[in-house]
Ligand binder design. Structure first.
Ligand code: GDP
Length: 198
């Protein structure tokens, strides 16, 4: 699939105010600084669609973008940023869980993890949470250009091992990406295109 149009629709912190057009929706989420904004900009061929974060943890909103007039890309706030207050964290948790548990047109969540780091507790908790509420998801490994192909494969194998040790039966669908050199761009977009066509 090629992206020919990407328009910002709405930002909000209330899942009830998300657009009610019944289009398939794909949500992107991960720890602050994981490279989410860069990935969204890379996928949509737009340098500024998602704001790359000078200040991690700043964007605490659900951002909807309409792509090719027929699906929504949703940029969710980064989690796990230590410097936000407890009350911000609690509010965040509430609207994010409400989003994941109630959003009927949510087709797939993309959980972003930095390929350089071993599986982080907060990501595993989040992945397990998605499993519990039965939201389909894929893992997107980011910043692959920083380690090279062999190390990237090793990192994925290590991640798989950790997930199996966390009671997952198999490694979920996953993508190795780099916003620097566009690795994985076609794979992620083709996956979305295929799911939309099914
Ligand atoms: P976000 O907080 O998850 O939205 O992360 P950003 O997209 O703002 O990226 C955080 C930092 O990682 C920035 O300094 C980016 O330039 C850098 N970054 C993001 N993606 C990549 C990538 O694929 N390769 C490299 N080398 N750096 C990246």
């Amino acid at each position: 699939m090629k992206i020919t149009s990407a328009e910002f629709v709405i930002s909000n912190s209330d899942p009830k105010k998300c657009p009610n057009e019944p289009l398939p929706e794909y949500a992107f989420i991960g720890r602050s600084n994981v490279g989410k904004s860069s990935l969204i900009n890379m996928l949509t061929n737009n340098k500024n669609l998602a704001k790359t974060s000078g200040r991690p943890g700043k964007t605490q909103l659900i951002n909807h973008f309409k792509i090719n007039h027929n699906w929504f890309l949703v940029d969710l706030p980064g989690y796990g940023y230590a410097k936000v207050s407890k009350s911000v964290k609690a509010t965040f948790q509430k609207f994010i869980t409400e989003y994941f548990e109630k959003r009927e047109n949510l087709t797939c969540a993309f959980v972003l993890v930095d390929i350089r780091h071993e599986a982080q507790k907060i990501d595993l908790e989040f992945i397990n949470y998605l499993g519990t509420i039965e939201v389909p998801f894929c893992i997107i490994f980011t910043k692959a250009d920083k380690i090279g192909r062999v190390k990237a494969q090793e990192a994925v194998a290590a991640y798989r091992k950790t997930l199996l040790a966390n009671n997952w039966e198999e490694m979920p669908q996953h993508f190795i990406t780099s916003s620097e050199d566009k690795t994985g761009k076609d794979e992620v977009l083709n996956f979305i295109g295929q799911v939309n066509d099914d």
